[in-house]
Design a binder for this molecule. Structure first.
Ligand SMILES: [Zn+2]
Ligand SMILES: [Zn+2]
Ligand SMILES: [Zn+2]
Length: 256
C-alpha cells in the first residue's frame, strides 16, 4: 500500500498533528508573553499599538470591521513584523530539529504545515474575529460557548495592566492551557490601571501623533463622529479630553 511504502501510519499522522498543535500553542503563548515583556522594545511597540491605540482603554473592544494596527508599517495581511520575524525563527528551528531527529519527510511536511496553519487560524483569524461583531461562530451552537469564553478571556487580557504598564494575563487566544500551566490565567476583570497605562504609553512613545499616523484605521475608528473625513486635530483633542475625564472619574471601563 501507498501508506506503507512511505512508512506513514494513521497513529503517526494523528500524533504529528497533535504534537504540532501543542508546539504551536506553546510558541504562540511564549511569543505573546515576550511581546508584553520589555525584552525587545521594538517588537513590543508594534503589538502595543493594537492594545493601546486601536483597542485602547477608552475604545470599544469590537466594531463592525477589524481595525488593524499595521497601517503604514511592514505587515502580511494584518500581521505585523513583531509576529512574523520570531515566528519564522521558531519555524526554522522546528524544521532543523526534525531534520536532526530524522523525522520522515512526510511527517516533517505535515508538521510544518500545521505549525504554520494553526497560528494563522488562532492568532490571526480567530483573534481578529474577537474584535469584530457578528462573527459566525457566535451563531453556531458547537462553537459558540467555546468562542465566547475565549473572547472574554482576551477582553480581560486587553484590560489588565499592572502597575509598571505590562499586560500580565491571558496570553493564549483560542486556548488558555499554557496560561493555566504558568499561572497567568485571569478569569475576572480588574479595575483598569491608568497609572500603569500612562507609564507604558511613555515607555513606547505611543501618543497622539502615533494615532494620527494610523490614518487609515483612525478614519474608521472615528467614523461615527466625523463621517468620511480624516481625523482632525480637533477630534483627537476631544478624544484625549474624554480620556482624561475617564481617567479621573471612572474607576473602570465596562467592556461587555
Ligand atoms: Zn497582547
Ligand atoms: Zn480599521
Ligand atoms: Zn486583541
Amino acid at each position: 500500500m501507498f501508506y506503507a511504502r512511505l512508512h506513514v501510519t494513521f497513529v503517526g499522522v494523528i500524533a504529528t498533528l497533535v504534537d504540532s498543535v501543542v508546539v504551536a500553542e506553546f510558541a504562540g503563548y511564549c511569543l505573546h508573553r515576550l511581546l508584553h515583556s520589555d525584552k525587545f522594545p521594538a517588537l513590543s511597540r508594534g503589538h502595543l499599538i493594537h492594545h493601546f491605540l486601536v483597542y485602547g482603554p477608552t475604545q470599544p473592544m469590537r466594531a463592525g470591521e477589524y481595525h488593524d494596527a499595521t497601517d503604514h508599517r511592514f505587515s502580511l495581511d494584518n500581521v505585523g513584523i513583531e509576529w512574523l520575524a520570531p515566528s519564522a525563527i521558531i519555524l526554522l528551528f522546528c524544521w532543523a530539529a526534525m531534520g536532526l531527529l530524522s523525522v520522515l519527510p512526510v511527517y516533517q511536511a505535515l508538521s510544518l504545515c500545521t505549525l504554520l496553519g494553526w497560528p494563522i487560524l488562532m492568532f490571526s483569524y480567530l483573534h481578529d474575529r474577537m474584535h469584530t461583531e457578528n462573527f459566525w461562530m457566535t451563531r453556531v451552537p458547537l462553537f459558540r460557548s467555546w468562542f465566547l469564553k475565549a473572547r472574554r478571556l482576551h477582553d480581560i487580557h486587553h484590560r489588565s495592566v499592572n502597575s509598571k504598564g505590562f499586560m500580565d494575563t491571558n496570553f493564549g487566544i483560542g486556548f488558555y492551557i499554557f496560561d493555566r500551566c504558568f499561572r497567568t490565567l485571569a478569569k475576572r476583570h480588574r479595575a483598569f490601571n491608568w497609572q500603569g497605562y500612562q507609564s507604558a504609553i511613555e515607555r513606547y512613545g505611543l501618543d497622539e501623533s502615533e494615532l494620527v499616523s494610523l490614518r487609515g484605521c483612525s478614519k474608521a475608528l472615528f467614523h461615527k463622529e466625523i463621517g468620511s473625513r480624516t481625523v482632525s486635530q480637533n477630534t483627537n483633542r476631544q478624544m484625549f479630553n474624554q480620556m482624561n475625564t475617564l481617567r479621573q472619574g471612572m474607576p473602570r471601563q465596562n467592556v461587555h
